[in-house]
Design a binder for this molecule. Structure first.
Ligand code: ATR
Length: 275
């Protein structure tokens, strides 16, 4: 009888118990009877590197990395994908057969796939507002610019972080950073992306109503079982379409799965099942 080796994967974060990643990867694996397991791993805030070493010693093949370890994963990787390199953050670790650790960032491509493929939105020539200048924002700037948007404005509670982020990616096109207040002087945006952690606290970033017009599309990178404060606000302002991060979650997972398993899973049935 042929022995089937179950290859071991997990998502590491802190907290981690509410992660949907095991469910998503379980569905991907089921599509082709892929012999893999995928669990949650509660990372130790003071011993992330030890957690990684132990997982590897136990035969682990790959990890998704989530808050607050993405920057530490970036530091640990021996080789980085282009997106991870510039984002300064890794959400996918791959333990290679030669012993090296490869780090990728699939968050941005996950967002772009959701916008462009799932929702069939045209980003070319659009004015985009990105709220927040933390790790989540860093992961999406490069793929957004590569979609040939007209201009990217980054607004943040701490304006200096937004200005710095804009400078870091200035070679990719028209990017400006500043405060929420400065948005008062701007024309409305075609796409507004909330990448702040404000939704976690039920807070809407204080942006002026003039940021929106009737064709604006709004996207909260966060996904919760109930609409976020950002989603409620955008609906109230009459946005054309208000989306949450569930599609991005599934698409970034699919891109990670492809890195590990060499096959792109089908995402539509997984999204439908989660919705
Ligand atoms: P992540 O990796 O999730 O992006 P982060 O690096 O801590 O986490 O960044 C969180 C982002 O959410 C930051 O842009 C933060 O603004 P500051 O740079 O001023 O800290 C933003 N943020 C967090 N809470 C917020 C709130 N209540 N209102 C507006 N922005 C908030």
């Amino acid at each position: 009888m042929k022995t089937v080796i179950i290859e071991k994967y997990a998502v590491i974060g802190n907290p981690i118990e509410h992660s949907k990643s095991p469910l998503i990867h379980g569905m991907f694996a089921q599509q082709v009877d892929d012999a893999m397991s995928y669990d949650t791993l509660l990372g130790d805030l003071d011993a992330f590197e030890d957690n990684i070493t132990t997982f590897k010693q136990q035969g682990g093949k790959g990890l998704n990395v989530t808050v607050p370890f993405k920057e530490q994963a970036w530091e640990l990787a021996d080789e980085l994908s282009d997106y991870a390199q510039r984002a300064g953050a890794v959400n996918t670790l791959c333990f290679r057969d030669d012993g090296t650790l490869y780090g990728a960032n699939t968050d941005g491509v996950g967002l772009l796939h959701d916008l462009v493929v799932n929702y069939k939105l045209v980003l070319e020539g659009k004015r985009v507002l990105l709220l927040g200048a933390g790790g989540a924002s860093k992961g999406v700037v490069q793929p957004l610019m590569e979609a040939h948007i007209k201009t990217l404005v980054i607004a943040n509670r701490t304006p200096e972080r937004a200005t710095q982020l804009a400078l870091d990616f200035a070679d990719l096109g028209s990017i400006r950073g500043g405060s929420f207040n400065e948005l008062r002087d701007q024309a409305p945006f075609d796409l507004i992306i909330n990448a702040t952690a404000a939704s976690l606290h039920g807070i809407m970033p204080p942006i002026p109503e003039s940021c929106l017009f009737e064709d604006s599309i709004c996207y909260d990178l966060m996904y919760a079982s109930r609409p976020t404060a950002f989603e409620y606000w955008c609906e109230d302002q009459g946005a054309a379409l208000v989306l949450n991060g569930l599609g991005m979650l599934v698409e970034q997972a699919a891109a990670s799965y492809e890195i590990w398993r060499g096959r792109m899973p089908l995402t539509t049935p997984v999204l439908e099942s989660l919705q």
